[in-house]
Write a protein that binds this ligand. Structure first.
Ligand code: CMP
Length: 138
């Protein structure tokens, strides 16, 4: 099934000038980038985006990090996009991620882990609508 998923290149990865390399990896792995923008979230917006984690001990630190600098948000489309992008990202903790994955290559630690990807169809729908309207998807 052709699916859509939301990808975020996080502030650590954008600041390190690795965004272009991540975008190349996405294209090389068959993902169509059907929407893309560079934005700087406020703390309030980051808290809203990560509302599912509101009771986790890392919520405050995570939302500080996600609002510290610009991010690149993209909608990716391909067959099986949600699971395939999660595989390409690698484990949440870069130390546990497989060789050649985005987080292994560009992540620093479990929080500053270079990229985000939707974890289910339900979260993809919420996350895509959070950043894009249908006119912005091509
Ligand atoms: P992400 O895939 O964007 O989803 C939630 C984010 O919270 C995750 O990537 C990490 O950036 C962060 N995160 C998850 N677990 C932890 C943790 N144990 N400590 C700190 N940050 C975490």
């Amino acid at each position: 099934m052709v699916e859509r998923t939301l990808s975020i290149i996080k502030p650590d990865c954008v600041a390190a000038k690795n965004a272009g390399k991540v975008i190349s990896m996405l294209e090389e792995n068959g993902f169509n980038i059907i929407g893309m923008k560079k934005i700087h979230l406020t703390k309030k917006q980051a808290k809203k985006f990560y509302i599912v984690h509101k009771d986790r001990p890392f919520y405050d630190s995570l939302t500080d990090f996600m609002s510290e600098g610009p991010i690149v948000v993209m909608v990716l489309e391909k067959e099986n996009a949600i699971a395939d992008y999660r595989k390409l990202m690698g484990a949440t903790n870069p130390e546990e991620a497989e060789e050649g994955t985005i987080r292994k290559l560009y992540g620093s630690n479990i929080e500053r882990n270079a990229v985000h990807g939707s974890d289910s169809e339900e979260s993809a729908n919420y996350e895509i609508k959070f950043f894009f309207n249908e006119l912005e998807l091509v």
